[in-house]
Design a protein around this ligand. Structure first.
Ligand code: NAD
Ligand code: UGA
Length: 458
């Protein structure tokens, strides 16, 4: 890679920001610019308060920003200067027209393709970083080829596998980097240019090269498989609650089989995050559009099981608290969709809070990083709702505490103090199975968890 390589990323979100920061950090001779139409977001990337929270990200950005990492709203100028353009715009579920509720909404994607074409005065490598339906690269290539100026573009698929909360770690030491290209000579040359960037810090045997359609489909498949494991163990959690089996013991016994493995077998109130649901529904839509309705139904069940798990959690709360929540103060410990992030997109906490408010409970939300997002998410929901930074204050005067995010701080709180401050009988619902249930029961709590028999006092 020569010293003049200019990399541009369009989309400065949860993927674009951290991914480019790590590339810039690891490749000082590559000039990386991250652009976005959202000026506020770019302003935050240029400030001391980054727009997203990720452990270790501040340090990486601090090392590279202003040296070879730049954040800018000048998308057009960025395109003109770039040799390689990563496109990392959002690809949410389409909410209108054909495929509404399932298909990917590709409007931001297509706008970007057209802008790249409009602003380019020389050919470029365009890298799909966003998660896209299989064969989207074909549409991108057709748009880019529709020029009469003789410009030649190569489209690569390089899906991102980072998980939020561990993004920097995942980017610095990925299990694999996947790069798909056309099997032509030009396609392979473009693929090589991208491999050369990653090879600066990723061992080459972890850089998987494939055809472009395989790369696109592998990303959707990886997310579907991960989510499927969670829905599988969550389905078993319901059976455990009926049979006195313990889901954590079952997961341990099953996961020690090296063919199965222990990861993604933690039963929970449900999976959240911006991608699992959207990507599976997209897979469902693609399968349907190829007439594969059995495939579609199979994957759809993963999402349905998750929705059932979320509503089952609230059902357990209502049933155990004497079938009425009206006027009861319920403290929700955690609103982020997982620990170590402020992201609340598709968080199970949103479903739980909404259902509890519909039951006319008084809901108090606490979270160490996600309170601003929680406020926005719940802005349109009617009901008695309070936000409280301090978990002790949230629990004071409450009838119940529900743990919805597996933040470490919730493991080590003084639960005797919390119990003493609550209305009796006091209930605790551990939606993440992170607390010491026996100890809580000894203190006096009625303890309900996922996939275990309740420990009750009344
Ligand atoms: P995001 O919403 O956080 O960021 C997308 C950004 O793109 C936004 O800031 C938006 O303003 C910007 N944008 C949209 N249209 C634009 C345009 N025409 N020009 C310039 N900027 C534009 O989304 P995200 O979470 O970073 O996800 C991006 C993609 O990566 C999605 O396809 C997602 O499925 C995929 N992905 C996300 C994760 C994750 O953990 N969030 C992980 C892997 C893959
Ligand atoms: C997920 C994938 O793990 C990433 O590889 C992928 O790149 C990303 O989606 C994406 O495409 O957006 P992310 O959603 O950030 O990453 O976080 P995960 O760690 O996968 O957790 C997702 C949800 O599942 C969280 O709500 C988490 O609490 C839940 N979960 C996870 C469980 O309930 N049980 C588990 O055993 C694991």
């Amino acid at each position: 890679m020569n010293s003049t390589t200019n990399v541009l990323c369009i989309g400065a979100g949860y993927v674009g920001g951290p991914t480019m920061a790590v590339i810039a950090d690891r490749c000082p001779n590559v000039r990386v610019t991250v652009t976005d139409i959202n000026a506020e977001r770019i302003g935050a990337w240029n400030s001391d308060r980054l727009p997203i929270f990720e452990p270790g990200l501040d340090e990486v950005v601090r090392r590279a920003r202003g040296r070879n990492l730049f954040f800018s709203t000048d998308v057009a100028g960025g395109i003109r200067a770039a040799d390689i353009i990563f496109v990392s715009v959002n690809t949410p579920t389409k909410l209108f027209g054909q495929g509404a509720g399932r298909a990917a909404d590709l409007q931001y994607w297509e706008k970007t393709a057209r802008q790249i074409l409009e602003e380019s005065d020389h050919g470029k490598i365009v890298v799909e970083k966003s998660t896209l339906p299989v064969r989207t690269a074909e549409a991108m290539a057709r748009i880019l080829k529709s020029n009469s100026r003789g410009l030649r573009f190569q489209v690569l698929s390089n899906p991102e596998f980072l998980a939020e909360g561990s993004a920097v770690k995942d980017l610095e030491a990925p299990d694999r980097v996947l790069i798909g290209s056309e099997e032509t000579e030009e396609g392979q040359r473009a693929r090589r240019a991208l491999v050369d960037i990653y090879a600066r810090w990723v061992p080459e045997d972890r850089i998987i090269q494939s055809n472009i359609w395989s790369a696109e489909l592998s990303k959707l498949t990886a997310n579907a498989f991960l989510a499927q494991r969670i829905s599988s163990i969550n389905s078993i959690s319901a059976l455990c609650e009926k049979t006195e089996a313990d889901v954590d013991e079952v997961a341990r016994a099953v996961g020690t089989d090296s063919r199965i493995g222990p990861k993604f077998l933690k039963a929970s109130v449900g999976f959240g995050g911006s991608c699992f649901k959207k990507d599976i529904l997209n897979l469902v839509y693609i399968a349907e559009s190829y007439g594969l309705s059995e495939v579609a139904r199979y994957w759809e069940a993963v999402v349905r099981m998750n929705e059932w798990q979320e509503s089952r959690f609230v059902h357990t709360m209502v049933a155990s608290m004497f079938n009425t929540m009206a006027g009861k103060r319920i403290a929700l410990f955690g609103f982020a969709f997982k620990a170590n992030t402020g992201d609340t997109r598709e968080s199970p906490a949103l479903a739980v809070a909404t259902d509890l408010l519909a039951e006319r409970a008084h809901v108090v939300v606490t979270d160490p990083k996600a309170l601003d997002n929680a406020r926005e998410d719940l802005a349109g929901v009617d009901g008695n709702l309070v936000f409280e930074r301090d978990p002790y204050a949230a629990a004071a005067g409450a009838h119940a505490v529900a743990v919805l995010t597996e933040w470490d701080i919730y493991r080590t709180l003084d639960y005797r103090r919390i119990f003493n401050s609550m209305i009796k009988p006091a209930f605790i619902f551990d939606g993440r199975n992170i607390l010491d249930h026996q100890a809580l029961h000894t203190i006096g709590f009625n303890v309900y968890s996922i996939g275990k028999m309740p420990l009750t006092t009344v």
